[in-house]
Design a protein around this ligand. Sequence first.
Ligand code: G3P
Ligand code: MG
Length: 241
Amino acid sequence: MFIFNPPVIAHRGLSVAAPENTLAAFRQAKTAGINWIEFDVMLAACGEVVVIHDATLERTTNGKGFVHDFSYEELKKLDAGSWFNSHFSHERIPTLEQVLELANELTLSINIEIKPFVGQEEETVKRVLHLLKNKNIKNPFFVSSFSLDVLRYVREYSKEILMGYLMDGWNAGWKMVCDELDCISVDIDHEILTREKAEEIKKNNFILLAYTVNDAARAKELFSWGVDAVFSDNPKKIIQK
Ligand code: G3P
Ligand code: MG
């Protein structure tokens, strides 16, 4: 269904070389020869879908407070790059719309991780699906979430959208969840993955993705267990021979 070649997804863009979840990080992923990017989305106060990992602004911008308390008009003024390196001081928090446009321009495949603020699950899903429907995305894409509420809303509002079930703790009932919600992939913290668990998932014909893997030897081991691709901050390290 998907081709992961090389079998690495740039986690929040090429986040080893550029500030995570910025247009610079996505551009650098492409330049490094990576075909898939992952990024995180949530809602700004005005309902705009923005690309950022934390619910708060402090770690990756020069702002303070919760993302959902600010309109995009306010968020777009923040510096989302200097925390990483002053060279990136012009980077801004992107909107989902901007990243979808960039992905089309660069021929990037995308994994949109929906990370709603608590209580905003349904509204976040509706806004994300609206954008996906209206954007004419040219490359393969899927959405994923740790939140079962999010996955359920996605399936309620769209029968077609491809979806991954994110697991940061082992759920022995993972297959029931994936069957009920018609997920195509299991995206799991590599630290809780074992050969047996990988085989169980692959035996059931799901795509298996593991995060966040920055060590080449570990990636090799995961691939030998049947992992289809790894999320990495440093994809070049994973694909080097
Ligand atoms: O989707 C894989 C990975 O991004 C999940 O964890 O916290 O880095 O978003 P996190
Ligand atoms: Mg993520």
